[in-house]
Design a protein around this ligand. Sequence first.
Ligand SMILES: O=P(O)(O)O[C@@H]1C[C@H](O)[C@@H](CO)O1
Ligand code: HPA
Length: 310
Amino acid sequence: MATSEVNVFCRQMSGMTSYEGYSYEDVSRIAKSVLDRVKCRPHIGIICGSGLGGLANMLEDKEVILYEDIEGFPVSTGHINLEHTWKPVPGHAGQLVFGWLHGKQVVLMKGRAHLYEGYDVHKIILPVRVMKLMGVKMLFVTNASGGINPDYNVGDIMIIKDHFNMPGFAAVNPLVGPNDDRFGPRFPPASQCYSLRLRKIVRSIGEKLGMSGYLREGVYCFLGGPSFETVTECRFLKVAGVDATGMSTVPEVLVAGHCGIEVCGISLVTNKCVMEYDSKQVANHEEVLETGEKRAHDMQKLISAVVGEL
Ligand SMILES: O=P(O)(O)O[C@@H]1C[C@H](O)[C@@H](CO)O1
Ligand code: HPA
């Protein structure tokens, strides 16, 4: 039985109607069609969060493919503004950029899709499985987040040591659906998603680069968005042991871990979450982008130095 037939069978058996995943054969075809268009053979993948795509400028011998030219790739949905004009989500371009970084072949995602755009979680993670079948062994995932930990400051760089998959409580998990063992096991562990080896390298290089004052290690929480959190939600996350919260990353990390890619997650704390009921402070995407711009250079310096060390 072909995998696509297995998928149909599983759906019929379980009464599922909403599974929108891609079969192993689909992903193989897409990976091959991408590799056919570039010379690069990447071993390292990088996913750039809001405002952090500037890392692409550091690549040499760049080759760029637009997401819209790749079968199945999610494109940024944007929004209609008050002049009734369509605008892409600021900070989220849609380019797959191949090239060399410190002598290593890398593939970089400039922009990613999010649940809040309306995409099914299986669509969001397609690029990670495509990376796997292109030969990627290590993945760096970055994002912008709001600081929950009261000791954190705007501009802090947090090495992710663990995550809290809040939508996972309602079975919003990219591994829901028929499992194909060629990707990974049915019931994968999630307690070691973030490589201790890579965390140590990032920390030691960050220290050498003089970043100790704003380099942290903590827990990232994934929420669906697009609304920022209420005060009560932020207080709940603090009690749960969360240090910073955002709207991405966890689906990609779960899928990378499932298929044996070593993962490193780095989060830029772009704003402080509102923890007081009578506060006049409000979270907003402009602040996220502004902090992203200010710290983009440091984030790029850190990731490129780590890649150089590998
Ligand atoms: O792709 P990331 O997680 O960096 O994007 C962040 C989270 C939301 O999409 C948006 C909120 O400002 O930026
Ligand atoms: O405060 C925030 N909350 C959720 N997502 C975010 N992304 C950047 N900042 C935030």
